[in-house]
Design a protein around this ligand. Structure first.
Ligand code: OXD
Ligand code: MN
Length: 580
């Protein structure tokens, strides 16, 4: 017996008798265990050392070339009722789902070791945290889980005390794309994933547990599990506001979470709480409080440099696992957007040849522990989390959406979130650059029917008078000839400054049908090279374009049928009417 929790021991025994591993390893989460796994992977060639002088403790893993991103078309939510999963999810009934995936798991761990990884999503002593156990045959998963979660002995102790945990079963299987399945059984708090070794499909604590299963749990228990970064903004006067921002994958959440204030905004400090996921609970005082369930970053590497994200560029110079980057002749990692060196070997291990495409895969990743980040907030470990002043939605939109606007109310804010749309990126398999609806940036991650999810969001309005204000931002507006109108990166702090001023009632705004927009003069442009025309374009709306947009949002909402909350439809109708 490796645990006194018989439900856990029984599950591990059952999985072992079905998957037939050669050995079973219960992970203790120690540094020695991490090193042992690194050594094992170096031995079998699944990991290689990067230049240890310039990149100490950094390693490179190359995934199978067909296994480089999340696979939404192979991802399922298996609820007893199809409508509980909703049109936003692929659905299978649980019996079929189990049968299909269990067949693939039969004997899959023969010749392999099965790792049992107890982990805690969130600070180990927080009442808001939730635990899980991942069983996997991948040492790559184990080392990533060590960096991304609080895993090992302490998590197991908490699980044994609480006697409840999310079960996650993973095997790389044979990596064949048509035998790849990522199955969620929210009613059983269970995940089964096979055929992939890539991040979001394989590190089950992240998207599968902390978003899909947790969103389902959160609805039942009265909280929210969201695809949001959490950042603390300390003003020159020493006042700190915490903001949670939901942007679709690869829209710069990690960059914003680690923002470095530009020299022209002296005295500001920015603290990172999280870069991808926030769990939000109402405190006894009616304030919404956030914890980051993760303890590390699994970030997109290309584009990371001193200018776009200095904190990230620095933190990945040590103790980092790189996946699918290129390397230089000096065996340093290299990626598009890196400001020094040049690629010698591409992400697939071939001599670099531009005819083969990019040197690093566009969705290549770094995995690194959060405490490596110079802007890491010590409150990221606080069991009570941090109070949230503003919720910010955003997307990648060349046109339409202004730089920033504020929703009129919580209910209107839910509409703003439900209407989020963005141009697709390389984080998911599929076409890049087409606009798709991504409500609350949760399209790939909400573990139940979006209509019920919006009802759940709306219900918060009755529960508290102190909810955060809701905003929408768009850093990606372009001129017709493809130039960005806003400089982005560190300068985004100027927009966050306006958001905080609105939260503190320190600044007025221009009321429009879509919400409150800044008066151009109220955006701090000290030492910023931006034309009055660009600023005017960024702080105004085109009514015709917006009417079309709101009609399209209306059609999208209608596709949720009778379950769509009337209050949300009412918000959409009101904005549409105001635009005509
Ligand atoms: C991620 C994603 O990896 O959103 O965070 O795809
Ligand atoms: Mn994400």
């Amino acid at each position: 017996m490796k645990t006194k929790l018989s439900a856990l021991q029984t599950w591990v025994d059952q999985v072992a008798s079905h998957t037939l591993p050669d050995a079973i390893h219960w992970c203790d989460g120690s540094d020695a265990e991490y090193q042992q796994m690194i050594d094992k992977m170096l031995d079998d060639g699944t990991l290689s050392k990067l230049n240890q002088h310039t990149y100490p403790n950094c390693y490179l893993h190359r995934s199978d070339p067909t296994d480089v991103a999340r696979v939404e078309h192979r991802t399922f939510v298996c609820t007893g009722e199809k409508d509980d999963a909703g049109p936003n999810n692929n659905w299978m009934n649980p019996a079929d789902g189990h049968a299909k995936v269990d067949a693939l798991f039969a004997g899959t761990m023969k010749g392999r070791t099965m790792y049992v990884i107890p982990y805690c999503m969130g600070p180990i002593d927080s009442p808001f945290s939730r635990c899980g156990v991942e069983i996997t045959d991948s040492p790559y998963v184990l080392i990533n889980m060590k960096l991304m979660t609080r895993m090992g002995k302490k998590a197991l102790q908490r699980i044994e005390k609480e006697e409840s945990f999310v079960k996650g079963l993973h095997s790389t299987g044979d990596l064949s794309p048509d035998r790849r399945l990522i199955m969620h059984f929210p009613e059983e708090l269970l995940i089964k994933s096979i055929g992939s070794g890539y991040g979001g499909n394989a590190l089950l604590g992240k998207k599968c547990h902390a978003l899909r299963i947790a969103s389902f749990q959160a609805r039942r228990e009265g909280w929210l599990a969201e695809h949001m970064l959490i950042v603390g903004l300390e003003s020159p006067t020493g006042e700190t506001h915490y903001v949670a921002c939901a942007f679709p994958s690869a829209c710069g959440k990690t960059n914003l979470a680690m923002l470095i204030p530009p020299d022209s905004l002296p005295g500001w400090k920015v603290w990172t709480l999280g870069d991808d996921i926030a769990w939000l609970h109402l405190g006894d005082d009616g304030q919404l409080r956030a914890i980051n369930p993760e303890s590390g970053y699994f970030g997109v590497v290309p584009g990371t440099n001193e200018k776009t994200n200095k904190n990230a560029a620095d933190m990945i110079k040590r103790d980092t696992i790189f996946t699918n980057v290129a390397t230089t002749a000096d065996n340093e990692p290299w990626w598009e957007g890196k400001t020094d060196g040049e690629p010698a070997i591409d992400w697939q291990g071939r001599p670099y040849d531009p005819a083969n495409g990019k040197a690093a895969h566009p969705n290549s990743r770094f995995t690194v522990a959060a405490h490596n980040n110079a802007s890491y907030s010590s409150l990221a470990d606080a069991p009570e989390g941090v109070p949230i002043s503003a919720i910010v939605f955003g997307g990648r939109r060349k046109e339409l959406a202004p730089l920033v606007y504020e929703a009129r109310s919580w209910e209107h804010g839910v509409l703003v979130g439900a209407g989020v749309a963005s141009e697709t990126t390389a984080a998911n398999v599929g076409e890049v650059g087409i606009v798709r609806r991504d409500p609350m940036a949760m399209k790939p991650f909400c573990g139940y029917n979006f209509a019920d999810y919006w009802t759940h969001w709306l219900s918060f309005a009755d529960k508290s008078e102190h909810l955060p204000k809701i905003f929408h931002v768009n850093w990606f507006r372009q001129t017709p000839d493809g130039k960005f109108l806003w400089p982005g990166f560190g300068e985004n702090l100027r927009v966050l400054e306006w958001i905080i001023d609105r939260c503190e009632n320190r600044v007025g705004a221009n009321e429009t049908p879509i919400g409150y927009l800044p008066n151009p003069d109220d955006i701090n442009t000290t030492d910023l090279d931006i034309s009055a025309d660009a600023l005017a374009a960024l702080t105004s709306i085109d009514r015709d374009q917006w009417r079309t947009e709101m009609e399209s949002v209306g059609e999208y909402l209608d596709s949720y049928g009778d379950r769509l909350p009337k209050a949300l439809k009412h918000q959409q109708e009101r904005v549409t009417a105001d635009l005509t």
